[in-house]
Design a binder for this molecule. Structure first.
Ligand code: GDP
Length: 480
């Protein structure tokens, strides 16, 4: 894990930003989440290209007026502004068919002031032979990349360039200890909880230099165990405990989730459970993080309010029945101590280890108790299972016709594994391998890289288009 770089898509409305966004995130659509909770015009997603991954933000349209007379800030919402300033790389999408108009020039001027790498993409270059219109050179932002985003042409080439300098998972040095992210909407009590969890005196704060979007990483030891607390509220920045300099940042939240082993989401009981809380939970689980929920400000509630929240929890948390929910008061400290056992439990569950023999035995027990259905007269066979990864745990099951296995049966197996191994607080990925002769290459344990390679190959197949008539698009596109 590492801090994922952030790529922001910028441009006028309807130039194809969301199409490009979808192209970038297609490998993991589930991660696309609207976390801003404020408007619908921004999207945050997770993009993977080969062994690199990054967060991509579609900033929505800016520069609505095309006379070029207005100030760029007039067209940009505050959230878009934040996203652009927090991004590491900017992709400026222009419409090759419409040509360069005043607003493009304005946006271009603004981008020059940022001092960040900018890639100009000339979208809607539909003729396979066509170059990007030369007029976009005038932006002074380098050679425009021709693209036909709706066909996926040019996307692989751009991804190759964008990710060239990004770190791979391998070349990142990990800090020591369980990484614990504290996330939540503004004012839910994150800072108060961080102070509670750390105590006042025994903390050494390492204020890592960085942009304002960066969370603060606080290493500490508790009961002989090392932790690194990822403080998204920024309460300990520069030691000014009384003064918070941070604004809520979606990107910071996503990065903290991605970089954690366990995420604690703080929810304000007085406000109730809101959609944005659920989006954050969804993102964390899709990202494979272990999770603990803290319903804070429990102290201030009347009996009626408590009942109401309990009903809400039953209703809205039924999709995370395996996640531990705590009612706490960060202000008074009530219930805070109970968080640690759940955090450890979630972490251990996410790292659980078991031999192939034992796992296969559990699989066979489950199959005997409730056999899979037959497909076209043949019974689906599940032969053996092994661990394929941790945090999140991955169980790989090999068998015949596994692609025909109904979702309900997959859930049944997942639940069996959860029960037997007492997995709590972590998502569990059960994946299936179709393998008619599994024993022929039994030693061929799928690794993450391998799984990625396979996905890549599948994508290639889906996206193949003829190479002979596309000189302007490089063969990088074929790799997708
Ligand atoms: P953050 O923005 O998530 O870091 O939230 P803060 O920790 O700054 O808390 C926001 C406000 O909620 C402050 O006024 C806190 O004193 C208050 N607060 C935090 N935790 C609790 C709690 O457990 N109970 C009550 N009643 N208020 C709390």
């Amino acid at each position: 894990m590492s801090i994922k770089p952030v790529v922001a898509l910028i441009g006028r409305p309807n130039v194809g930003k969301s199409t490009l966004f979808n192209q970038f995130t297609k490998s993991r659509q589930a991660l696309v989440a609207d976390l801003s909770g404020l408007t619908r015009d921004r999207q945050y997603g997770d993009a993977t290209y080969e062994d690199k991954s990054f967060i991509v933000v579609d900033t929505g349209g800016i520069g609505e007026a095309d006379d070029g007379s207005g100030n760029i800030d007039d067209y940009m919402s505050e959230q878009s502004h934040t996203a652009i300033h927090e991004a590491d790389i900017i992709v400026f999408v222009v419409d090759a068919r419409a040509g360069m108009i005043g607003a493009d020039a304005e946006i271009g001027k603004f981008l020059h002031t940022l001092g960040k790498p900018v890639y100009v993409v000339a979208n809607k270059v539909d003729g396979a032979h066509d170059a990007a219109p030369a007029e976009f050179y005038a932006l002074g932002l380098g050679e425009p990349y021709p693209m036909a985003a709706s066909h996926g042409r040019g996307v692989g080439n751009l991804l190759e360039v964008l990710t060239a300098d990004m770190p791979t998972q391998e070349n990142v040095v990990e800090p020591k200890g369980l990484k614990l992210a504290i996330i939540g909407r503004p004012n839910v009590g994150k800072s108060t909880l961080v102070n509670r969890l750390l105590g006042e005196d025994r903390v050494v704060v390492f204020d890592m230099p960085g942009t304002t979007r960066d969370s603060i990483y606080i290493p500490y030891t508790r009961e002989g165990r090392d932790y690194v607390l990822i403080d998204t509220a920024g309460v300990r920045r520069r030691g000014r405990i009384d003064e918070k300099v941070e604004k809520f940042s979606v990107i910071k939240t996503l990065q903290a989730i991605d970089d954690s082993n366990v995420t604690v989401i703080v929810i304000d009981a007085q406000e109730g459970i809101v959609d944005q809380d659920l989006h954050m939970i969804g993102y964390a689980l899709d990202a494979g993080r272990a999770l603990v929920v803290a319903i804070n400000k429990w102290d201030g509630l009347t009996a009626d309010q408590k009942n109401y929240i309990k009903i809400e929890m039953d209703r809205r948390f039924n999709f995370i029945s395996y996640v531990k929910v705590h009612q706490i008061s960060a202000l008074h400290g009530t219930g805070v101590g109970n968080l640690y056992p759940s955090i450890l439990r979630a972490y251990q569950s996410s790292m659980f280890e078991v031999s192939t023999n034992r796992l296969t035995q559990i699989l066979q027990d489950a199959v005997t108790a409730n056999p899979p259905p037959t497909v076209a007269g043949r019974r689906i066979k599940l032969r053996f299972a092994h661990i394929g990864g941790h945090n999140p745990p991955v169980i790989v099951i090999h068998g015949n016709q596994t692609s025909s296995l109904p979702k309900s049966y997959q859930r049944y197996l997942e639940n069996q594994f959860r029960q037997v191994f007492k997995l709590e607080g972590t998502p569990l990925n059960v994946i299936f391998k179709q393998n008619d002769n599994p024993y022929a290459n039994k030693s061929d344990t799928p690794t993450k890289a391998k799984a990625q390679q396979l996905r890549q190959r599948e994508r290639n197949r889906a996206q193949k288009f003829t190479t002979k008539d596309k000189p302007r698009f490089t063969n990088k596109d074929k790799k997708r």
